[in-house]
Design a protein around this ligand. Structure first.
Ligand code: FRU
Length: 503
């Protein structure tokens, strides 16, 4: 049966069945990465929001566990985060182990003692390495006054310089991030608000914030702070997407630098991803090498509920490492797949083509390059061609395929999924995603991660990423290269099949 099983990803996490959205409680503890997530235990659409749970030793192979926290008569469990309370500041640990502390959003129902539909931040703790969770006796730990229907998504981190815990939350419809501090994770003191003057995008919700430091250009003494704000709608690719700001943080107030003038359109802002399917992104707590490893939900609120997969709906994008680099005088994030993924690829045989020149034509590659789960690395010299690129997940007839190409007159990289397979499940399933990207020494270097229902394109050392869902059939497994109106050269093409490694 083809059904929708053909779209079950091999490299990307999906729950066995039912609906999933945001990653929650991303934390590394005792050799395992934990991924919790917004989950409906009862169906394949959004609802009954609970925290699903999976763990992985390497961020690639995941084991699904029992639901960690379930919606009940009084509340649903919306997004939040987890930290390891190493010094037992909360006093919720047992005699022999540090507790894990989760802060999540209580979305209250009628009869809860809170007005129906209001939201507040609650705490749960685990004394057995995240296997079982107990709600704190005095929940919620943080409420707005008056109570708000849009106060959510607590993200906790440790602030070493001040020796306290930091918390960012959003008032989604007021387009504000609220920052708090605490010594014990139980009592929170308000520090400051982050919002934008003259917000150009009234009506966009601000959700799932994250605030963390990174060295600029690898210099540990030159630290900047990154503020992630996921916005819905108003994303660069339409619908929901992940915006970020770079600036300073003094332990109290975040001050962004290089803000575009009020009234600017999305293209003037900085985005974690230029595709349509990267949302609710946040970082892992206690990452063992001190890196900023980020995970995002690989979907878009514009059409997430109509995506044609069953009995599950929702996948996570491949985890990525963030670094800060000065580009055109402005500190910006650059992105790479996690090291564990890169070594997985390097350990496998690859089909290699040293150099290939194409003149105003399309050339299908050798059958040895065919596959549905693969890593494609290539350096393209678009030369005099007007457009040059690849078609992946292509059909034998050539009527299906996802096109990834450079446009030499516009200096843009495009992912075109208009003929990528099934596309008509939603009129909001956008067709083309485009990012401005200069060539480097006349070259465009791409790492393309292809899975059964997605493609992630990392361009020019991670200066831009495009993540998009696609729904081709398993027979659409061909790769072609093409050049329009001129010659283009493709160098160091390496295609690594990954399907055998991952199931
Ligand atoms: C983001 C979001 C969060 C909320 C959760 C509910 O996608 O809307 O703001 O906590 O999803 O499932």
């Amino acid at each position: 049966e083809t059904g929708t099983v053909q779209w079950r990803p091999a490299l990307h996490y999906t729950p066995e069945r039912n609906w999933m959205n945001d990653p929650n409680g991303l934390v590394f503890n005792n050799g395992l990465y934990h991924l919790f997530y917004q989950y409906n235990p009862k169906g394949n659409v959004w609802g009954n929001m609970s925290w699903g749970h999976a763990t992985s030793p390497d961020l690639i192979h995941w084991n699904e566990h029992d639901v960690a926290m379930s919606a009940n008569e009084t509340e649903e469990i919306f997004s939040g985060s987890i930290v390891v309370d190493e010094h037992n500041t909360s006093r919720l640990g047992s005699a022999n182990s540090s507790p894990l502390i989760a802060l999540y959003t209580s979305a209250y129902k009628a009869g809860s003692g809170h007005p129906a539909g209001t939201q507040a931040q609650s705490l749960a703790y685990s004394q057995d390495e995240a296997q079982t969770w107990h709600p704190y006796d005095h929940n919620p730990v943080l409420t707005l006054s008056p109570e708000s229907k849009n106060f959510r998504d607590p993200k906790i981190s440790w602030y070493p310089k001040g020796g306290y815990w930091l918390l960012t939350t959003v008032v989604a419809d007021a387009q504000v991030v609220k920052i708090y501090r605490s010594n014990n994770l139980l009592n929170w003191e308000f520090l400051s608000d982050f919002s934008l003057p003259g917000i150009p995008h009234q009506g966009a919700l601000w959700e799932m914030s994250d605030l963390f430091p990174l060295p600029l250009d690898g210099d540990k003494n030159d630290q900047k702070w990154v503020m992630i704000v996921n916005v819905n709608p108003w994303s660069i690719a339409g619908g929901s997407g992940a915006l970020y700001f770079v600036g300073g943080f003094d332990g109290k107030v975040f001050v962004p630098e290089h803000l575009p003038p009020a009234g600017s359109d999305p293209s003037q802002y900085l985005w974690l991803d230029h595709g349509a399917d990267f949302y609710a992104a946040g970082t892992f707590a206690h990452e063992p090498h001190g890196k900023a490893v980020i995970m995002g939900w690989m979907s878009n609120w514009d059409y997430a509920e109509h995506v044609p997969t069953a009995p599950w709906k929702g996948a996570m994008a491949l985890p990525r490492v963030l670094a800060l680099k000065t580009i055109d005088g402005i500190p910006q994030l650059v992105f790479s797949p996690v090291d564990q993924y890169t070594s997985l690829v390097q350990g496998q045989p690859a089909a290699r083509i040293e150099t290939l020149t194409v003149s105003s034509s399309i050339k299908e590659l050798d059958p040895s390059t065919q596959g549905t789960v693969q890593n494609i690395a290539v350096t393209i010299h678009p030369g005099a061609a007007q457009r040059a690129g690849l078609i992946i997940r292509g059909s034998a007839k050539g009527d299906v395929g996802t096109r990834i190409f450079y446009d030499t007159s516009n200096h843009t990289l495009t992912l075109d999924r208009s003929q990528s397979g099934e596309t008509n499940f939603s009129s909001a399933f956008s067709k083309q995603h485009i990012v401005n990207l200069p060539l480097e020494n006349g070259e465009l270097r791409l790492t393309i991660i292809v899975d059964r229902n997605s493609v992630e394109v990392f361009a020019n050392n991670g200066r831009a990423v495009i993540t998009d869902l696609i729904f081709p059939t398993l027979d659409d497994n061909r790769i072609s290269v093409f050049a329009e109106h001129g010659d283009a050269t493709f160098n160091d093409l390496a295609i690594t099949n990954l399907s055998d490694l991952t199931n």
